[in-house]
Ligand binder design. Sequence first.
Ligand code: SOE
Length: 402
Amino acid sequence: MTTPARSDQTPSPTTHPKSVPLGVAAIGYAFMGKAHSNAWRNVASFFNVPAFEQKVLVGRDASAVAEAAAKYGWAESATDWRSVIERDDIHIIDVCAPGWMHAEIAIAALEAGKHVLVEKPLANTLAEAELMTAAAAEARARGVQSMIGFNYRRVPALALARELIAEGRLGTIRHVRAAYLQDWLSDAESPMSWRLRRETAGSGALGDIASHAIDQIQYLTGQTALEASGMLKTFVTERPGPGGPEAVTVDDAVWATFWLTGDLGASVEASRVATGQKNSLKIEVYGTAGSLMFDLENLNELQFLDATAPVREQGFRRILVNEPEHPYLEAWWPQGHIIGWEHTFTHQIRDFLTAIAAGESPSPSFEDGLQVQRVLDAVETSAKNKSTITAVEHNSLIAEGA
Ligand code: SOE
């Protein structure tokens, strides 16, 4: 449980002098720590952002995190995140640690008056996500900002898709389909890791990658899930662990359907055992006046169908999202010089810093992260009870399973 913030003793960053660079500390130096470090290292070369310094990279293994800090451009390394968040020269905490650490670190950092960016999903449980969101709301009142790292919102093609939908170019959206397929766990001999234990990951494909698809469905359409129905499956029930075979306690794959506000239907499929699919996020949006298709493996492109065009000319056409007029692109290279997956993290850090400098709440907020967590929880409840969940907010059953 979090203790109420000591507002009288918690520094307020709104008084942060512009002349003093924002001190940044990142917690975690594995895959996401590396992706975020790369973004911190290059964002100021391409975007106008407030001055900041990569001060500390935090990890549990002193020698490994020291090596990573030197490699990724951090001034120093540390092994105790609690002492780092108490430092006066640290103003931003970037949480790249495994899901089971998100709540404790983010809440402590917010209470210490630090702006917080946390990787998705917000937490391992709905209860943790609610505590984090309450802490974020309290901190925001003190000028302390927070953001969740759904980085695919920063793919220019998906940001353009959202703009086109918001402008009405697709008319009324009827349904959305999203599939996020990977195969790094297809081999039953792939060893155990924190991502395969419920106590450290919360869930498997559901929280790890379906969370991205669920966020995208809500982000692209501006609607929120009301009803959820889902199935979860663990195909490989035990894997080689440090002390011999160990039970896998999270899902390998998830199938879910949703009704959203706006009378909109959606389906999400996510798997980490889809043999041959490496990091394939495909999204399709179908409206009364047009449709869109996106494929992460071709992330510079958006397929757009304008159903108001004469039928003889209709068809999905490829928009190469690489013009200066497209979101984020004017900062990079001349048109047609495409960008990659890692650029989405640079865009994310740019938006986070820009919001902090403006004293505004970055998007997506912890509230957005909590909404996704409610949907994840509703899918799990539906799968467990073999039923359809309604009122995602209240996570109550509407129909007992057969
Ligand atoms: C899972 O392997 C993973 O690393 C996710 O955790 C990330 O969020 C996704 O962007 C890539 O795949």
